[in-house]
Design a protein around this ligand. Structure first.
Ligand SMILES: [Zn+2]
Ligand SMILES: [Zn+2]
Ligand SMILES: [Zn+2]
Length: 255
């Protein structure tokens, strides 16, 4: 089985069987992926890096590092120190995976705009939103509340986040940056994704027509947001289901 980042600079091959997928809602995985992260895993002897152009590692804790593409921002790997296995994003695997989500971990750390399983809670009260990436090289504020959050299951969002993306509309000019170290990657079609140059955290998406949205996972404080819908579910990964009862669209817009 093959996996690759969005730009094709990082390519790897893995030999099944793969461990079933663990969905992680810890604050590190939420910031990194922009929503929440999910990972499968294989022993090193069944993992082979074929191309590593742009591959960057960020030490996210004393015991683990995270691998991402520095060119396109795709979230790829999680390597715990001293272990003979590597965890990797199911969202970057090509073709059907045959996997399933086995468990959700750190559900108590899920963002307040969704629940790890089941329907999202009622929105919280909020003032300004504070956003930051995992390493802190990017920090910004913008007026709250977050409002409606849209989950996108398109191929690009799945590859970029490693699982799937969730973002909310914002005026780009309303973002007040206290620290900014962003790499932007332009996808075929003209859209651009902004991610942290150091840690790889997903920050924002700018559509070809200029429409701007912020990745929901970067917000640190109560959001006043609520996950409202799923789009591009025709491209959804085969290893997860959607059990929150929210409206779904096979493409860009709800029927
Ligand atoms: Zn790439
Ligand atoms: Zn960062
Ligand atoms: Zn998308």
């Amino acid at each position: 089985m093959r996996g690759a980042c969005s730009c094709g600079g990082v390519v790897f091959e893995i030999t099944p069987p793969l461990r079933d997928v663990i969905a992680c809602h810890c604050s590190q995985c939420r910031k990194w992926s922009g929503h929440y992260w999910a990972a499968t895993s294989v022993p090193h002897d069944r993992f082979r890096l074929v191309a590593a152009k742009g591959l960057r590692w960020f030490r996210s804790s004393p015991t683990a590092k995270r691998g991402f593409c520095g060119t396109c921002g795709s979230k790829l790997f999680w390597q715990p120190e001293g272990e003979e296995r590597i965890s990797l994003s199911p969202g970057v695997l090509e073709g059907p995976t045959g996997l399933a989500i086995a468990t959700h971990i750190y559900p108590e750390d899920a963002g307040d705009y969704y629940a790890a399983e089941g329907p999202p809670p009622e929105p919280s009260l909020t003032g300004n939103l504070q956003g930051s990436c995992l390493c802190g090289a990017n920090r910004f504020t913008l007026p709250g509340p977050m409002g409606e959050v849209t989950a996108c299951h398109c191929h690009q969002c799945r590859t970029s986040s490693g699982h799937f993306a969730a973002s909310f509309d914002a005026e780009e000019s309303a973002l007040d940056w206290q620290a900014q170290e962003v790499t932007e990657h332009r996808a075929p079609g003209g859209s651009q994704r902004g991610f942290c140059s150091t840690c790889g955290s997903s920050l924002y998406f700018r559509a070809a027509d200029g429409a701007f949205s912020v990745e929901a996972g970067v917000v640190d404080n109560p959001t006043g947001g609520r996950l409202a819908s799923h789009i591009f579910v025709a491209d959804k990964g085969d290893y997860y289901g959607l059990d929150d009862g929210l409206p779904q669209a096979s493409g860009a817009t709800l029927p």
